[in-house]
Design a protein around this ligand. Structure first.
Ligand code: SF4
Length: 198
């Protein structure tokens, strides 16, 4: 057994925050399907996931290194880690522009937790780079965000340990979900209501 076999992936925080049922399908049931958004996302990450290290002006940049936290049992590959002015911070690449769901910040925070453990330094900020708008969004690694990330990590660990399927709740986010055809949340909701009524 590998010592990271019981670790959760940093990317799973994003999935759980988007929809716990989707997270269960991906990480417990092993399901995955692509749609336009996931293909664009994968293609973007493929383009930045080449191990490299450069110094640009006064900024040190390293791409595609693995981040790991033994404390939180977290692991994942970074898009970009930068160090400048005595600070080190993660930069997560995302397709599109800032969306309705605030799950990108959680992923950056999870990377910061790993980086803190690996470097012994406190990480105060991180960034999300949105490819469509070519903009970096600053993420403050606040106490509130840390607590939210830790609560999400614990929830995912429980999900993986118990395998208990969270309900599929139909909502606006289902329209952009690549697992819609497998999930059919409206049907699941009708069945649930029928069972509750009988
Ligand atoms: S279709 Fe909706 S309920 Fe089903 S996994 Fe996707 S987001 Fe979750």
């Amino acid at each position: 057994m590998n010592d990271t076999d019981n670790y959760i992936s940093i990317a799973s925080l994003n999935q759980y925050s988007y929809c716990p049922h989707r997270c269960w399908r991906m990480f417990c049931a092993g399901e995955f399907a692509d749609n336009q958004y996931t293909i664009e996302g994968t293609s973007l990450h493929d383009s930045v996931h080449t191990l490299s290290e450069i110094n640009r002006d006064e900024t040190w940049q390293v791409r595609a290194i693995w981040l790991k936290s033994e404390r939180y049992k977290l692991i994942g590959k970074s898009d970009l880690i930068e160090a400048a002015d005595g600070e080190i911070y993660p930069v997560e690449y995302k397709r599109g522009k800032k969306g309705e769901w605030d799950n990108d910040e959680l992923q950056v925070c999870a990377q910061a937790l790993c980086l803190e453990e690996m470097t012994g330094k406190t990480i105060a900020t991180g960034y999300v780079y949105y490819a469509q708008s070519h903009q970096r969004q600053k993420v403050e690694i606040s106490e509130e965000l840390r607590q939210e990330a830790i609560a999400t990590i614990l929830a995912i660990q429980t999900l993986l340990e118990t395998g208990k399927m969270p309900p599929a709740n139909y909502g606006k986010r289902c329209r952009g979900c690549s697992l819609y055809a497998q999930c059919l949340p409206q049907v699941a909701e009708k069945v649930r209501r029928y069972q509750e009524a009988s």
